[in-house]
Write a protein of this length. Structure first.
Length: 316
């Protein structure tokens, strides 16, 4: 088995586990507000992050070197996570994924003003085609634009902002700053909202939240293994396998059947995203998507790039 094949297998496992995580989110979202789910899932994830930060040997305090970029990234991560959880709770899984899959296209766009990247004609056309795919999924005029659709789009936009900001400041900021600020912000913001939406959670549902933390961390480890063993151009497109899991899980657990516009729009978005990835791989300098290794819905669990950084420092 070649290294790229192993990388692809690890990536498929990672995104299968992420999809299982999202099924738990959807189940809990039928009962609880997304603010409550985000609050407790962040709380359960904190011990894992604390153990990881013990590996961070970089000297310094928790004061960010780029406070305004850190604030933007933190706010984007909080909105992204909450929006994604809400979208999963009210929209079919396949439709939610289709809209969130616009994130790599948005990263390509945002990399121009934020990172100073150059995006050529081919990728520009791919981005425009992919965004047309978003319109196919939304079907403006034919279906009602709901709060769930808005939330899925907000998750895609905000996770893209967070990803690009990490690419801009990640080399200079401590891992502790990039890891802790979004988590602390989630707890503080959701904690302020929690008294207005709180519902008592039985042990089974608290176990579901703990399972989310375990699934998120396990998937992140699989994704690290994927990027260590395979090329990014092979690993990155594996995220789109989540649409297959969405169809299977949606049918089995929620009696969902993707309609033709959703399937067509998702296909357009996925093909555009894959084209952008392969086009970036053929260029040496402008690769904003390939350099963004994390899953695009993030904010609760550590980003893959930060986990890899901590692992390298521990090895040194």
């Amino acid at each position: 088995m070649t290294s790229n094949t192993r990388g692809a297998m690890f990536a498929l496992a990672a995104f299968g586990i992420y999809s299982t995580h999202d099924v738990v989110v959807k189940f809990l979202g039928e009962v609880y507000a997304p603010f409550q789910i985000v609050f407790f899932s962040t709380l359960f994830g904190f011990p894992i992050v604390t153990l990881m930060l013990l590996r961070d040997r970089m000297q310094g305090d928790l004061r960010p070197r780029h406070p305004w970029w850190t604030l933007l990234r933190t706010a984007a991560a909080v909105v992204s996570t909450t929006s994604a959880f809400y979208a999963f709770s009210v929209l079919p899984l396949a439709q939610t994924y289709a809209l969130i899959f616009a994130a790599p296209l948005l990263i390509t766009v945002l990399a121009v003003p934020v990172l100073g990247e150059t995006v050529g004609l081919h990728r520009s056309i791919a981005v425009m085609v992919g965004l047309l795919g978003v319109l196919v999924v939304l079907r403006p005029g034919a279906t009602e634009f709901s709060s769930g659709h808005l939330a899925a789009l907000a998750a895609a936009v905000c996770s893209s902002v967070a990803a690009v900001v990490v690419r801009k400041i990640g080399a200079e900021e401590r891992s502790a700053v990039l890891l802790l600020y979004p988590m602390v912000a989630n707890i503080l913001v959701m904690g302020c909202i929690l008294p207005f939406v709180y519902k008592p959670m039985p042990g089974l549902h608290l176990g579901g939240v703990a399972l989310m933390a375990l699934l998120g961390f396990t998937a992140a480890l699989c994704q690290i293994a994927a990027y260590r063993t395979g090329r990014a151009v092979v690993v990155a497109p594996m995220q789109y396998s989540q649409i297959l899991w969405a169809v299977v899980y949606g049918a089995f657990f929620f009696h969902e059947r993707p309609d033709w516009p959703t399937a067509l729009g998702a296909g357009i978005i996925i093909l555009s995203g894959i084209y952008v990835v392969f086009r970036e791989d053929s260029r040496s300098s402008t690769r904003p998507v390939l350099r963004t290794e994390s899953r695009y819905v993030s904010g609760i669990y550590p980003r893959i790039s930060l986990l890899r950084r901590l692992a390298r420092r521990d090895a040194d």
